[in-house]
Design a protein around this ligand. Sequence first.
Ligand code: GLU
Length: 371
Amino acid sequence: MQVVVKIGTSSITEADGTIKAEAIAKLTSEVAQAVTNGHQVVIVSSGAIGAGLPVLGLQQSLPQDSVTLQALSAVGQSRLMALYQQDFDSFGLICGQVLLAPQDFLERARYLHAQRTLNKLLHLGVVPIVNENDAVADDAIRWGDNDRIAALVAHLVHADLLLLLTDTAGVYTADPRVEPDAEIVREINNMRMMQELTAKAGGAGTTRGSGGMASKLAAASIASWSGVRTVIASADYLGVLEDAVGGQLDVGTTIAPQPQRISARKLWLAFAVPPRGVIWVDAGAQRAVMQQGASLLAVGITSHEGHFQAGDTVEVRGPEGEVFARGLTEVSATEMGSVVGLHSSELPSGLPDQVIHRDFLTVLSHAELSA
Ligand code: GLU
């Protein structure tokens, strides 16, 4: 089985950034066991910025400016890798560092390049360890959270399983830190359930990790559309990798894959960057987009929300409020008021009637419509 395992900052570093050596030792020994059992594993590891803090004496408060964060990541990343390799040495395994940027998923040549490298490493029996290329990633074009990267990597290597390790036992019906009655959800098998749980999940889980449960669910959606099963589970669970590979439901929360896998480019359009707004459309426009693969025209739009610019990713929702597509809008939120509901002949000059061109639109729920 091909597996991508992602571990977050709060699971492998203390609050002051000190690397939790025992957490890395646990992960490497479970990965080594999986490799011995014939599986291929890619690790996506956070913690570079955190690990840099004590080294540079900045552990009292997390700096916010991006240049200092970049510098911290450069210092922390090499220390993290040294620990991983030291632990893998005792199992006779080699790990290799792969730092990725969003462009690696945007440009086809770079995507294929990254794919070839990762496949070669796996073929050579190496455990690739992926992180975002934080040291040079600037704020304008970066992911900032490794959950999303892990999901895109799972698509890239055609993984069977994406395992997101975190500091809770899985996804709960409500925030268990606030509501003691919250219950763990063992299985998410439709997008509506996913949307409801995402809406409840809120923001980042800790002040140090950038992810939080909403970001894990967003990653699980990406994986699901890539045909990959996701498990969200606790990094402390002993044997988590083996139990997740074995398909045990009580390991955490399992998110089922969608039957069809979408292309890398459509995946990028839908998921590589978070949506900046929402466009609501009527039933006719929804049908045209979903069943005929049409572009989204101004005439079918009923309302919009958010401060998006032309070129930003937006979510497209049907009359019932369900998200059924994502795409790049050609019309900004400010211009939207002058095009909503209008036919091509009625549009002010200079504004396109195709608000989202079909080539820049990813339909997300054929299955939901027919259900
Ligand atoms: N790439 C960041 C780091 O290594 C972590 C991003 C995240 O928290 O997901 O520090």
